[in-house]
Structures are given as C-alpha cells and as structure tokens.
Design a protein around this ligand. Sequence first.
Ligand SMILES: Nc1nc2c(ncn2[C@@H]2O[C@H](COP(=O)(O)OP(=O)(O)OP(=O)(O)O)[C@@H](O)[C@H]2O)c(=O)[nH]1
Ligand SMILES: [Mg+2]
Length: 568
Amino acid sequence: MAMTTANGWFFRSTAVSTPPHITQRTAAHHQLKSSNPLQTISSSPSITRRKSITTLRSPIRVLREDIEVVIPEADALLHQEHSSIDSNQEEIIGVISSNGVTEVEDEVEEEQTLNRQQIISKRESTKGDEDESDYDSRFKLRNGKEVVAEKAYLVGVELKSNSDGSFGTEESLKELAQLADTAGLTVAGSTFQKLANPNPRTYIGSGKVAEIKSAINALDVETVIFDDELSAGQLRNLEKAFGGDVRVCDRTALILDIFNQRAATHEAALQVALAQMEYQLPRLTKMWTHLERQSGGKVKGMGEKQIEVDKRILRTQIGFLKKELESVRQHRRQYRTRRLSVPVPVVSLVGYTNAGKSTLLNHLTGANVLAEDRLFATLDPTTRRVQMKNGKEFLLTDTVGFIQKLPTTLVAAFRATLEEISESSLLVHVVDISHPLAQQQIDAVDKVLSELDVASIPKLIVWNKVDKVSDPSKIKMEAEKSEDIICVSALNGDGLQDFCDAVQAKLRDSMVWVEALIPFDKGELLNTIHRVGMVEGSEYTENGTLVRAHVPLPIARQLTPMRQLCIS
Ligand SMILES: Nc1nc2c(ncn2[C@@H]2O[C@H](COP(=O)(O)OP(=O)(O)OP(=O)(O)O)[C@@H](O)[C@H]2O)c(=O)[nH]1
Ligand SMILES: [Mg+2]
C-alpha cells in the first residue's frame, strides 16, 4: 500500500521480510536508488527509470530502505551484478572509452541485473494498487527534466573561529543553492547567522530556529538544508523544533544525494553507497524516535536494542561493500597495468566542479562526456587519446570535480578513483577564471590534491572560460607572467593549440633522455618512440638507427639493452 502524507511524502509497505520498524520507503528515493547497484530497486519492464528527480531525503530514511532491500540478498546481488560490472569497467578504463552516462544503456543494464527478490517484492508491493501512477503525478517537467517540485530553505553559519578567509558564508550559501538545484530542489529562501560557537543542541541559536520556523510556514518549505555538517542530535532536535514533516539535512547529505543520483558506473555507485552508509552509521539514533512514534509512546530499551541491531546490519553491509569495491578495483588495476604497458603519457584533468574539465576533454578528443552547467556532472574517470597536429599523442583523463567542504567520507570513498591521477605524467588543474571565487576554488582544489600524494607530479594550470571574463586581454597578460599558466576557452577552442604545446613541453620534462641504437628488426619500437617521445635526432648506421630522444619511463626501460649497445 502506498500513502501520501500531508506534505507529499510517500510511504509504502514492503513485501521483503524486514524488522518491523524498517518498513517505510519513499517513492522518489525508490527511483534514486536505481543508480546504485546495491540499492537497485529496479522495476517491472513497464516502469522506466527517471533521472534528475528530487531525491533528497533525510539520510535516516534512506538508510531504512538500504537495510530493507539489501540485507536478504546482499551477497547474491553482489555476485549477480559482477558480470555487468566487468564490461562496464573495461569500457571506462579502456583507452577509448565512454563514461556510460547514456540513460538508455543504464536502463537496459538495470533490467538485466534485476534481482529476483526485488522483482518479487516489487511486484507484490505494486500488486493491485495505484502507487506508481500515484507518484507519477508528483513529477513535473523542469528544464526538460522530470523533478518533484520540493521547496528547500538554506541555512548558513559564520563561525568566528572559522574566518580563514576562504569562502564567505554568503558565497558558500550560493554554492549550496546550486547544489540544491542540481539535486532538483527549488530554493525558497535562505538565512545565515554569525556565531562564536555552534549551539550543541541545534547548531544555530533558538531565536534563529524560531525565525526559520516562521519562514517554513510562510513559504511552505519541506526541507531545511544546513551548509555545515550536523550531528545526529542536532538533526533530530532541529526536526523536532521545526515540527511537522519538515526534513532537516546538511551539505554532506545533499552532496551524497547528488552523487547517488549521478553515479553511472558500478564502481561510482559502490563508492557512493559506502560513503552514505558511513555517514549514516553515527546518525542512527533517529530509528529510536521512529520506533517511539510507531508504538505511540516510549519504548525504552527496545528502541536502544534495535539501534544496535541496525548498526550491526549496517556494518555488515559496509563490509560487503568494501569487499565488492576491492574486487572491482582489482579489475581496474589490471586494466591500468595493461594501459601503463602502452607507453603513452597520461595527463589528468583536475579542478573545481563546473570548471570545464569535461568540455576541454570533449573539445580535444571529440568525446561526448556529459558537460553541463551543474555541479558534479562527472563522477567517473574517462580517458581518451589526444592526437596532436604533429602526430604526437597523449592520454587525457577527466576526473570528478572537487568542492569546498567536500565530505570526508566521499574523499575516502573516491580515493581509489582519485589515486589514478597519482600515476599520471602530468596534472592539468582547470580553473574557471571567470568565477568570482576563482582563487578560493584553486585553494580548495590544492587542499584536496595535497591529501592525494601527487606533489611530485608536474602541474600545468589552465585558466578556462576566458571568453566569459570582462577583460580577456588583461587576464591573458596576467597568465603570461607564469609559464605554468595557459589561458583557454574550452567552449570556443581559443588557446587549445597553446595548451597542447604546453602539455608537450611539460611531458618532455617528465621523460627520460636516452641515446639508443635500435636494430632494424625493431621498427615498431622506433615508431613508438616517434609517436610518444620527443626525438631530438636520429641517424642510420650499419647496425640500426641511432636515436637521441626524451622518452617515457616504460620505453626507457625497454631500451635499456639498446642503450648499452650504444654506449659500447
Ligand atoms: N563560457 C564558457 N563556458 C564554458 C567553458 N568551458 C566550459 N563551460 C561551461 O561550463 C559548464 C561546466 O562545464 P563542464 O565541462 O561540465 O565542467 P566540469 O569541470 O567537467 O564539471 P564537473 O564534471 O561537475 O566537475 C558547462 O555549462 C560548459 O558549457 C568555456 O570555456 N567558456
Ligand atoms: Mg565533468
């Protein structure tokens, strides 16, 4: 059965046998989970999957669904999905790959990996009732996409102890509004408060709580989003204080939600699921409240016990996820090793979200990676070959964007993906130079990079979107002061030749100087040196071709016996 609460919340019972308290689920989240293999609530063939819908829900409510669906079948589900992961993974790691964002493909794959138990539970839960059409009517078209028009109110806090001169509270709130928009929410209003210290009970002061409560009533707000991470107690107290069914969540939950919506590959989905569960684990106290409400009064002891059960279940799931992630990564490592054996230098694009990394990759390689004016358009690394006019080539990898206040659980979960960049020959830091907070964004990116052990990799800085600044020539003059900065417009192609030249010069610095005598029967090796190295000179001798060149390390290794030949 499905029912709609006063503010549009959807609840339905489930046919999967679960602890009695784990019975509520939301229809919107039902959709959300389709991008997450461990949470795949796929559907009968007639029910197609939607993307870009509002999926923001209290993390605790999300949690209940996770438990509900995954536990009975977790192991089977993991194995069942593995075959499809592999092909998907190969596609991503391969030299010429797609990041698999095509919605149609996702749907097909989803149907293929449908879990039997889920089909049964889905059928039973939909049998004879109207809940699908019920929540269908909730979706509205916005910017050509289906969303639930759900109103959010944003709250920021300026802590005196936190005046490190980076993002100001108002700027940070603006970014939070962009995040909310990306998640499909409508921002109804926002407020912020200056505090010496956060209130341990409600984070903000009681006066502010009352002010927000009035705004909630006046604006018909359904979700209040805080710009900083809140504790379980603060979340609970704020929900109580605001009353009704108003949901309270924080920036971290919002970002996790966006990642969950956007995870297009199995590895990304696993990483996000892991980050969500780790975020939820210390916030499980909400269960107790829920239990109290269900029984219509206090159920001391019982609730507490249930929390322990829930925590154990969650820890088991975290264990499953980590195991599965390890196996996916093992697979990725094999492809990486294979890729490294092809000695084409790898250049990684890093940068703040929305800086234009994917647009740059698309322009240089003719790729079709999703690039849009939304935060976190890209979650999975995509690698493509860039062929320069002079015949040289390198591999270009697009990566997930960074953001200030990046949830630590996410950084940890995505560490393996990000660590790929630590094996690249060059990092290209893409900056949206037209952004008013460009410097703060650069600092935020450098902060994440400093945690990733990439200090020894040469770096090139690209000031992108020069077409958007008010005085491009001034910006270009500024950039010319440093040989590590290149100005481009990834959108109209301005400066891309300079960019390729700068990449080549930087790559040469990371290569090894060799002089080697290549026997005539090793013509293929000579071709490779010309293709990926920088040949300074070559001459034919009786015994082969004598080359002097900068080459990538793997080629230098291959050339070792020939270098000895040359020396003797
Ligand atoms: N005017 C202008 N817009 C650009 C330029 N480069 C990218 N954009 C726009 O900026 C937005 C973000 O571009 P993306 O390429 O998706 O940015 P990204 O860095 O890959 O973002 P994430 O994947 O979210 O990390 C898109 O709307 C692009 O069209 C540029 O040189 N000039
Ligand atoms: Mg991108």
